[in-house]
Design a protein around this ligand. Sequence first.
Ligand SMILES: [Zn+2]
Length: 357
Amino acid sequence: MSATPSPVVHVVFNASYFDGRSARAHPVRIWLADGQLHVQGDGIALSLPQHTVDWPERTRHGMRVAHFAQGGMVQSENSAAWDAWAKDCGLNESLVVKMQQNWRWVAASVALLVSLMLAVQQWGLPLAAQALVALTPPAVEAALGETSLSAVDRVIMKPSVLPLDKQTQIRTAFAQTVAHQAPSSVRPWQLVFRKSGIGPNALALPGGTIIMTDEMVNLVDGDTAVLSAVLAHELGHVQQRHGLRMLVQATVLGTLSAVVLGDFSSVLAMLPVMLGQAHYSRQAEQEADAHAVKLLKAASLSPALMVTLFDKLQARRAADTSQGKPASNDQASWLGIAFSSHPQDAERIAYFRAEAL
Ligand SMILES: [Zn+2]
């Protein structure tokens, strides 16, 4: 009698795999077994511990994307089929449970919460936020940055379709611009590219990650000097830890109410919305602009590059409006780089013009 292996049935799902380095989609079969997510396709055979996978939320419609801690992701546009598969596999955990399994998130959340409550009680809201930013250890800021990036990715971003050599060219040009500063005076930064649902934009997340959208690159025809100016502005936000400050300020009330109500998921759900819609204060923008001017001048680049950027943004808005599309800034504010109100744009353009003289 021949020994037959005991039948083990794994529910297999057809998805697309991205390796995190190229924009190419690979068709793969995925299934869960023994606490691992298995990904198999042509030349692809991965097994990842299930708890290291950033599973998509189930409550929203649209694309399902599961990010891997080591880089890369699998996704499916068929959200109903994905959800059915996830349910069959027992991936029923709530977002809160999922987040609680991530110790960094727990550490960051607890640290933030306790500090928030003490600080708000002692100093009131605006001062509390400022004090908290100063108190926040880099590791906590980095964890918040990672969470922000995956939240933004789930809601308003898709993988970049820019050629990798173009991405490298932009990154290198900006690194050369920054190289004129004393290395010890520059906070760590990293540049990632995404195709966006919010048009031409760049944003600085807590922890130093700067997102530049493909649409921003296309808006200026890939001009690395103009893009370096944009990034110099974003690095200003990184230097001043504006991302963290905004996160703290905007979530402070929500977080406190969550503590009272005991419902953390509402705060987590709010995060991407906030990052997509909030914008920095006028003072924060002025600080970032001043930083950009300093960086550009040190690298013998003209602050007028920012004027070029504003011209192109305004031309694009005008074109959108004349085509009957709502102005992009009505759908989502120009978080990273431009204000939604035009008079302030004018003020900033005048500033860069004057600095260019
Ligand atoms: Zn800005």
